[in-house]
Design a protein around this ligand. Sequence first.
Ligand code: CDP
Ligand code: CDP
Length: 211
Amino acid sequence: MKPIVIAIDGPAASGKGTLARRLAAAFNLPYLDTGLLYRVVARRVLDHGGNPADPAIATAQARGLGRLDLGRDDLRTPEVDLAASAVASIAAVRAALLDFQRNFAASSGAVLDGRDIGTIVFPQAAVKLFITASLDVRAQRRFAERQIQGHTATLDAVRADLAVRDEADRTRTAAPLRPADDAHVLDTSALDADHAFAAAAAWVNQALAKV
Ligand code: CDP
Ligand code: CDP
């Protein structure tokens, strides 16, 4: 397997992570969920009683990334969703996390998913995918996941949180969420995970034939 980078971006609960994991397994590449980096920085700021929108506090946590625990099990709560989006709008936080993401793919290539992988982190990625789905479909998916995890938020609350976070991620100045010019855009509103994988795998095979 050639050491290619597959960059997967898109709004919350569009199916990026599910697709990224399957592509990584199928093409034998390491996988990094870059949302976890922002989530762990946010979690640490909250643990210290800080404000996630405070650049000095959030940046100090991001610079300590090597010592942060990406395996924590308390990173997918509604509180951390919004705090992650807040720390992610700070340019110095993003800058502090860049080397970690680039080094991750340096030796064997990788699949990375996030918001700015195809635009900022790996603008030269061999394959760029932008995964979308309607707000209602994404809210339903996230609601189902959160119910399994035992959270009690209503579907309306989940939908409202996604809408707020998408808007913040799309309109921020630092690395806003948008498809790279050369990204394949895949709307999964009416696609199950198997069909999304099949479409994405075809694009990866096309790219592999060229490298
Ligand atoms: O899983 P979900 O799509 O809900 O979120 P995530 O990928 O874990 O990302 C959480 C937050 O981190 C997002 O709302 C973004 O604000 C931020 N993020 C980012 O700015 N850039 C990335 N590459 C990944 C995440
Ligand atoms: O990483 P991101 O937040 O974009 O979404 P995810 O956590 O991968 O997916 C959210 C949920 O949507 C998961 O429960 C998937 O099983 C489901 N799903 C999917 O990932 N892809 C589809 N085409 C349809 C559903």
